[in-house]
Structure formats: C-alpha cells, structure tokens
Design a binder for this molecule. Structure first.
Ligand code: KIV
Ligand code: ZN
Length: 512
C-alpha cells in the first residue's frame, strides 16, 4: 500500500456551500492558483451543472492549472456529466467526479429509487464518464449510513465500470472514528477489486469529528482525503486540510503516511479563503486560528523561553506564519512590496502591483506601519474584487451627540457615477440607507460585526455583514482605518455577492 495520501481539496465546491460563502469567478481563480501552489493533488473546482457561474469558473480554472488535477462534480445523469466534462475538458489533468446516494434513507425519501436502480445508475454514469476521461471518481453519498454489503457492491460495480477512485462520504457527519475505521476496513476486505482504485473519504463536521474520522480512515487504509481550507463547508463544514496535513506531518511517527502539501503555504491560503469568503476563522481554530501559537499562561511562557518544545508541537514557520509581522512603512519601495507580497503567496503582475502600490502608499500615509493583514486587505479589495458591480467612490458622514446622522455617498454602478444623501439612526444606518437607495436594493441586514485587523488605535477596522435578499444570503467584508468606511465597503461587498448570486442562480434540484 502506498504511503502517500492524495489531498483532494473541495473548498471551491463543498466549501462554497457554506452559508453565504459565494465566490465570484475571479476569486475562485485566485484561490485555485493558491491551492495549486499549496501542492493540492486534486482541486474540485465546482459543480458545473449547478449554475452557469459554476460552469464558467470550472472552465477557467481547468484552462489555467498545470500541476493539480481539476475535478468537476456531477450527479449520475448524462446531462450533469456532459456539463462537468465540458467545463474540465481543457484541464491538463481532468477528473470527473460523479455521485449518487446509497443509504436507504436517501433512496426511499430523496431519490425514490431501489437499490438495483442505484447500482445501475452508478455503472451507467461511471461508464459514460469514462468515455471522456480515464480519471473517474465515484462517491456513494451518505456512505457511512448505508448498508455495508450494498456499499461494497456499489463500489465493486463502480470499479468494474472504470472508476479509478471510490469515495466514502460521511455526508451528515454521523460517524465515530472507531466505527468509520471499521467501515473502511470492511470495504477493503469485502470489495474484491478495491486494489484497482484509490479509496477516498469525505467527512463532514457535524459532531466535530471530521478530522478524527479522516485520520482514522487513513490509518485503516484510505489513501485520499477530501478536505477544505479552514474546514469551511455545508452546515458545520468539512474536514479541514490544515488539520489533516499537519497531523500527518507532526505525527508521522504514528501515522507513517505523508502528503505532498507544501506546509509553508498553509497560513497564507487560510487567510486568503477567509478574506475571499468573509468567513472568519475562530481564534481557537487548530493550526490556523489567531491563538493557535499564542501562549498566555505564565508557566507556558516560561517553558517556551527555556525550550519551545515544552509547549509547542508545531513551529509557526512550518505553516508559513512569519514570526515578525512588522513589515513595511511609507518609505518602502515597490521592490520591497513585491518581495513581501511574494512571501505571502501573492504573485502579482506589474499592472496589479502598481494598483496595490498606490493603495499601499495611501494607507501608509494614515498608518505608521503596514503589516500582513493590511496588505491582504489591499490585495483582496483592489485585485480580487475587480468584477464588482457596485464600488464606493466617496463617503462623507456627519454624526455626533447633537446632529442628525447623515451620509453623502458617491457610488460607481456598472461604470456610472451616482450620488445621494440620507439620514439614519446612526452613521452606519445613514450610510446603509443611502447605499440601498442608490443601488435600488432591498436586502435585510442579518448580522453586523466589527473587529480590528491588528492591535493599536490606528489599526484598520474590519467589518463583516450578512445580508439577505429574496431568499439569497451573502456575506460581505470590508476593512479601512475608518470604521464607517469599512462598514460601507462590507455592505457593498455583500451587495455585490448578492448580485452575483442573482445572476448565477443555483438549480433548485442541484442542491446536495
Ligand atoms: O458530502 C457529500 O456526500 C458530498 C458528495 C458529493 C461527495 O459532498
Ligand atoms: Zn460533502
């Protein structure tokens, strides 16, 4: 058995199913490039039959990546497989990933199909996918709650039909590590042709066991792990890439298998996903949380000074977290900026660098020192969000104890400047009312949270909003040394995401 685990990243597909976490095509492309740099073996770029936006994103990503395999998800229908192939056909290493549920609950209530029909559908889909590419993955949705014998029968048939990977999902995050490990062993022992395919696992985190289940499965012989950055995904999320990879890295003495991930890119990738999706990483999140390497207790700090091995099982540098975050000031030049951005994982074109440099100078005039978090915001807002419909051109707000809060706003809407003014309960209310009026949008503000990117009173404020309009939900994020401006940017970012969702409706039936 090989001692290498294939890392299959589904941040762009299952991760994007996190509530509110839609990404536009430019953002998806940027993330895909970063995932390739991270050394991910397979990137599931999307579900092309779900929406035109998904199809286009997968098509563009497939045309760009050279090292990583690019997978497109498809149900077992010919139409889905055609869409998936159409989107990935230009990939250097394409993979069709087709799936159907195998548990009786799903068969009886969702699919209304018999086991024989599901078996036939599996064989037909894999054979059809195989007519396009040799690289076909089959997933048995809700595998962990399926009858074991039926599951191995379906896997056997899928492999016989040509599947090169068979995936066992714990779709609803129900499994317990020992049980999941037993299931993997059962499949290995009862599927006669299992040696002809890679056995994969895909876990959800409803009970907080996704990483534990994935590691148990690897220990039992699974050789592909399906994961997402920061563990984002449907409901409580998916197995997180950084946790599995760093467990393999840190506990190689116990697990004795490795991944091809370049761990130095883990932290920049985690930040990128958080910046793009607007999903904040919890401070105590394993590996990439803000407190993951912070030692608060005096006794720990004392031990750390004597020997870091007393309390630190991983070095921050291993995941690309630089110890010295103080980086640039207003006298720093273009060259220093480029080389620092490179260390953060950003490879910008000359034109992009010029845009970032101009904004960097503007922020550096307001703030003495610029740290990584400031640069991330600049790159995200100036480079990643170029396809936006609404952009803030100007904001002037008056508020205080003796005046009625009022906002004057100038927006760029699809290349056209519009301006207006409005009142509100406070400066944010006034700003949001005015922006809503100018954009003609009627979204409801579900959440508004404010944080600071770094410490110090000159730190950039970071605002995250959650908006709902006509049943669609989107997150928005914005940062600025001025907190009201940060709030305006976050609101506009959320509105842009809602516009993207309106323009790219996900087919009702495509929901997993
Ligand atoms: O959770 C799940 O079962 C899935 C499959 C499509 C692999 O995401
Ligand atoms: Zn899933």
């Amino acid at each position: 058995m090989t001692d290498r685990v294939i890392i299959f990243d589904t941040t762009l597909r299952d991760g994007e199913q996190s509530p509110g976490a839609s990404m536009n095509v430019a953002e998806k492309m940027r993330l895909a490039v970063q995932l390739e740099k991270l050394g991910v073996d397979v990137i599931e770029a999307g579900f092309p039959a779900a929406s035109d936006g998904d199809h286009d994103a997968v098509l563009q990503i497939a045309g760009k990546l050279k090292q990583s395999e690019v997978a497109g998800l498809a149900r077992t229908s010919k139409n889905d497989i055609d869409r998936a192939w159409d989107a990935i056909r230009h990939a250097a290493k394409p993979r069709i990933h087709t799936f159907i549920a195998t548990s009786d609950i799903h068969l009886d209530y969702k699919l209304k199909m018999s086991r024989d029909e599901v078996l036939q559908s599996t064989v037909d889909a894999v054979k059809y996918a195989k007519s396009f590419t040799d690289n076909v993955e089959f997933s048995a949705e809700d595998g962990s709650r399926s009858d074991r014998d039926f599951l191995s029968k379906v896997f056997e048939a899928a492999i016989e039909a040509g599947a090169t990977t068979v995936n066992l999902p714990d779709t609803v995050g129900y499994a317990i590590p020992e049980e999941f490990s037993e299931l993997v062993k059962y499949i290995k022992n009862h599927t006669p042709n299992i040696h002809k395919a890679a056995l994969s696992v895909h876990c959800h985190n409803d009970l907080g066991l996704a990483t534990a289940n994935t590691l148990a499965a690897i220990n039992a012989g699974a050789r592909q792990a399906e994961v997402t950055i920061n563990g984002i995904g449907e409901r409580a999320g998916n197995t997180s890439l950084e946790e599995v990879v760093m467990a393999l890295h840190t506990r190689s003495n116990f697990l004795s298998v490795s991944s091809g991930i370049n761990t130095k890119h883990i932290y920049p990738t985690s930040r990128l996903v958080s910046m793009i999706t607007g999903i904040i990483v919890q401070p105590n999140k394993a590996v990439v949380g803000a407190n993951a390497f912070a030692h608060e207790a005096g006794i720990h700090q004392d031990g750390m000074l004597k020997n870091p091995m007393t309390y630190e099982i991983m070095k921050p540098e291993t995941i690309g977290l630089s110890a010295n975050k103080l980086v640039l000031g207003k006298h720093s030049g273009r060259h220093a900026l480029r080389s620092h951005l490179n260390t953060m994982g950003y490879d910008l074109s000359d034109e992009e660098l010029n845009i970032v440099f101009a904004k960097f100078k503007e922020v550096a005039d307001k703030k003495k020192t610029i740290v990584d978090e400031d640069l991330e915001v600049i790159v995200t807002e100036k480079i990643l969000r170029t396809a936006d419909i609404f952009a803030l051109e100007y904001l002037h707000v008056t508020s205080g104890t003796t005046v009625l809060p009022m906002a004057s706003v100038k927006l760029n809407i699809n290349g056209r400047s519009v301006k207006g003014a409005g009142y509100g309960n406070g400066p944010i209310d006034a700003t949001y009312n005015t922006i809503a009026k100018l954009t003609g949008t009627t979204s409801e503000l579900l959440r508004f949270s404010v944080g600071a990117l770094t410490s110090g009173t000159d730190a950039q404020g970071e605002v995250t909003v959650r908006l709902r309009e006509n049943g669609l939900v989107a997150l928005g994020k914005g940062a600025d040394p001025d907190i009201i401006t940060a709030g305006a940017k976050a609101y506009i970012n959320g509105l842009n995401r809602l516009e993207y969702l309106k323009a790219n409706p996900v087919q009702e039936a495509a929901g997993l």
